[in-house]
Write a protein that binds this ligand. Structure first.
Ligand SMILES: Cc1cc2ncn([C@H]3O[C@H](COP(=O)(O)O)[C@@H](O)[C@H]3O)c2cc1C
Ligand SMILES: O=C(O)c1cccnc1
Length: 336
């Protein structure tokens, strides 16, 4: 897609025009599921997962051969408000750790045979402190959306987007408050490990951010109180929607980016499944607002795409059974 200056508008139009899943593949996969050698429904959610994946791939008997994990990194001016337990230098240090294959996400991506890309977004130029004014101008927002869009490998057959950005649970909470309403305290959590006073300060910070910026509409919310890596995640998930690449959603920050798309275009997240529910207090609330039931709930509160990457194994299990199992007729098993 074209011009950086108009990227947000072009991306929105592409999402509006995007095709849905294949009804034929869905019907064929569903019929196949009905004759596999198991009592009806005995594979629980794995059955609906396999049919969902098959419908998005347009193939009733799919395989997962080329998963991609993309980690987007960005820095946040709002760290000046003392809203993270860690200093902002950790963002660039962790990027080096990703590149040296030393982070949790490296291990989980490798475990599931996923290609992993790391995209740093102007780490030496943090977003503006959004308690003072918008985090990004239109040029910054468009560039970040486009970086996300372009990072997706169109040949991949599954996408996980993760992030690294000290302070980004505050941006995610501000996005959630702006999109879903309620009270600031409903959307804040401990992030990397804030104490109770820190969490209370974080709530004040996001309340002030919305007073100062008063963003109108999902894209403006993303520009005013988001961050570059959050915008890039949204851009990548939008590209995946257009390309028919299923996405596994990660934790609170990933879901705040997804929520922007959800409010922007109806059905924009139909190609997404929730990988897990993180321990960040408001993640469950965001998942409920998005109508997504998490596959895993293991108390993770890391980000980096880690919970979603772990859930690749669940989806691979669903597809292995669906595409590999024999039917009652093939195996000569009585179908009851
Ligand atoms: C060593 C380290 C590795 C991480 N990997 C992900 N995060 C996570 O923590 C950050 C968000 O929390 P907050 O809003 O409280 O700063 C993000 O970078 C997120 O990805 C990490 C944080 C740290 C310290
Ligand atoms: O939910 C997450 O992804 C999360 C929670 C805490 C810190 N970093 C990420």
């Amino acid at each position: 897609m074209g011009q950086t200056e108009t990227f947000a508008a072009e991306m929105t139009a592409a999402l509006q025009a995007a095709q849905g899943p294949s009804a034929a593949a869905q019907a064929e996969a569903s019929a196949r599921n009905d004759v596999l050698t198991k009592p009806p429904g005995a594979l629980g959610r794995l059955e609906e997962l396999a049919i969902w994946y098959a419908s998005w791939r347009g193939n009733a008997c799919p395989e997962i051969k080329a998963p991609q994990v993309i980690i987007f990194a960005g820095n946040h001016g709002v760290v000046a408000q003392g809203i993270s337990a860690f200093p902002p230098e950790v963002t660039v240090q962790m990027v080096a750790n990703f590149e040296g294959e030393g982070a949790a996400i490296n291990q989980l991506a490798k475990l599931h045979g996923a290609e992993m890309a790391v995209v740093s977004l102007e780490l030496d130029r943090p977003t503006a402190d959004f308690t003072q004014g918008p985090a990004m101008d239109a040029a910054d927002l468009n560039a970040a959306l486009k970086a996300g869009w372009e990072a997706v490998n169109p040949e991949s057959d599954l996408l996980v987007v993760g992030e690294m950005g000290i302070g980004n649970t505050t941006a995610a909470a501000a996005i959630a408050l702006a999109l879903f309403g309620g009270e600031a305290v409903d959307w804040v959590g401990r992030g990397t490990g804030l104490d109770d006073a820190g969490v209370a300060r974080k709530a004040e910070v996001i309340a002030k951010a919305l007073q100062v910026n008063a963003p109108q509409g999902p894209m403006e919310v993303l520009r005013c109180v988001g961050g570059r890596e959050i915008a890039a995640m949204a851009g990548a998930m939008a590209r995946a929607r257009v390309k028919g690449i299923p996405v596994i959603l990660d934790g609170f920050i990933c879901c705040s980016a997804a929520a922007v798309l959800d409010r922007l275009v109806e059905g924009a997240l139909d190609h997404c499944v929730a990988g897990h529910q993180s321990a960040e207090a408001a993640h469950g609330r965001v998942l409920t607002a998005l109508g997504k039931e998490p596959l895993l709930s293991l108390g993770l509160r890391l980000g980096e795409g880690s919970g979603a990457a772990l859930a690749i194994g669940v989806l691979k299990g669903a597809i292995a059974c669906h595409s590999g199992m024999a039917s009652f007729a093939e195996a000569g098993v009585s179908d009851g």
